[in-house]
Design a protein around this ligand. Sequence first.
Ligand code: SF4
Ligand code: SF4
Length: 133
Amino acid sequence: MKTKVVLNFSPEAVNNPITHSLIVKYHLLVNILRAEIDEIGGKMVLELSGKAEDIRKGIDYLKSSGVGVRPIKEGVRRDDDACTHCGMCVSICPTKALVLDLKTGKVTFDEEKCVACGVCIDACPPRAMEILI
Ligand code: SF4
Ligand code: SF4
């Protein structure tokens, strides 16, 4: 299975070799989708692939290492009241998380496909897309 998580690093957790441990100890494939980290902390978006039990153990390991872990759904949000369904974001979203439904004329947002790249943020005229990471 695969899951995407948003990690928050405190200054104390920055130097933990978390990627190495997830791969070697928990047998996970780790894809870094976004990272903004320096010596005083930061944030990272990871896609973890592996057995469900290994993913659970890996996330427990992250939490026990002082790293905050949240599902990506809590990291990227669309304000559905603000979205005008103009379609400006559809062609630039690299993962097709934003798609125009030709039947309804509405733009749908699939949070599971989002990788929190952020390119839709500036492209959205009413600023309906928000990244909280
Ligand atoms: S942040 Fe925006 S452009 Fe990037 S994957 Fe998510 S919805 Fe698509
Ligand atoms: S660019 Fe913004 S307003 Fe336009 S469809 Fe995308 S999210 Fe909605």
